[in-house]
Design a protein around this ligand. Structure first.
Ligand code: BV8
Length: 237
């Protein structure tokens, strides 16, 4: 692992595992989201075309649920790092919950969108949205009844790719927290980071599909691993 003292620019990738201890289901665990619903039935543009009510109900249920959850010690530790880290820092999250923001983090990029935004397919406006979409409410911008979840489905272009790759190009350290490494392009960031010269660290409950690409993997609960790692990084040298 690179000497901590030489680290200035950090890119962090988070996945569902960082929100698991807040009570938000992950995707691929026992009884996880993809066990209860087939991806192709609820998380693709084709599914929305075929059965919009099913898809809207799936996202309405999750949008409502995340608003009853609280950030955990891992989100709070990353928010502390965001406040105290003098170098570059970008938290790229695959998660569509708002727990990073509610913990106080600011340098956050939701590459797969956000539950709490609605996207008008008529006027392209995004509006903050906390209620259901199933009754097809009117777009606050143009009035059209053409709102969908502002979430990146399979086959759709993730958000912020230019910003992510430019952060990876200058990263000294890439840290992956709570992700199975199953979904691209996010799962490929560790390889990009390595090729571009960054040190790579994985903090996860178990070995992931990408574990072999990391200089170091620490296994355990995010609420323990992440605060300990942030303490290490911020310790006076
Ligand atoms: C794209 C939003 C073109 C929706 C999501 C064949 C081969 C390779 C790739 C493909 C392929 N066929 C198609 C593709 C591309 C496809 C893809 O990767 N498919 C996979 C299934 C093979 N990707 C796409 O379509 C993407 N778009 O490729 O566009 C492109 C390409 C390049 C550049 C530009 C454009 C779009 C993908 C986005 C899909 N939307 N989410 C929603 O949320 O409903 S993906 C969804 O799964 C999540 O958002 C998340 O991002 C993703 C991965 O899940 P994880 O976050 O990792 O969660 P998971 O449950 O899997 O794992 C949790 C981990 O946490 C576990 O490891 C567990 O051990 C750990 N954990 C659990 N508890 C804890 C913990 N760790 C610590 N502490 C704990 N307490």
């Amino acid at each position: 692992m690179r000497d901590m003292g030489t680290i200035r620019n950090i890119v962090i990738l988070t996945g569902a595992g960082i929100s698991a201890e807040s009570g938000i289901d992950t995707f691929r665990a026992e009884g996880g989201l993809w066990e209860q619903h087939r991806i192709e039935d609820v998380a693709t543009p084709e599914a929305f075309e075929r059965d919009p009510d099913l898809v809207l109900r799936f996202y309405d249920m999750r949008r409502e649920s995340i608003q009853t959850k609280e950030p955990n010690a891992a989100h709070l530790a990353l928010a502390r790092l965001d406040r105290e880290w003098a170098g570059e820092l970008l938290i790229v999250t695959q998660n569509v919950d708002d727990l990073h923001e509610r913990a106080g983090a600011q340098r956050v990029l939701h590459m797969h969108g956000e539950h709490l935004n609605a996207w008008c397919t008529d006027c392209d406006a995004r509006s903050r949205w906390t209620g259901p979409l199933k009754q097809r409410p009117a777009c606050p911008g143009c009035g059209a009844r053409a709102l969908r979840p502002d979430v990146v489905w399979f086959g759709e272009m993730p958000y912020g790719m230019d910003k992510i790759y430019s952060a990876l190009r200058t990263a000294d350290l890439f840290v992956s927290i709570g992700t199975s490494g199953a979904v691209y392009p996010a799962a490929g960031f560790v390889r990009d980071a390595r090729e571009l010269g960054a040190a790579t660290l994985e903090l996860n409950l178990e070995r992931s599909q990408g574990s072999g690409w990391f200089d170091e993997s620490r296994l355990g609960q995010a609420s323990e691993l992440v605060p300990a790692w942030v303490d290490e990084l911020l310790a006076p040298r």
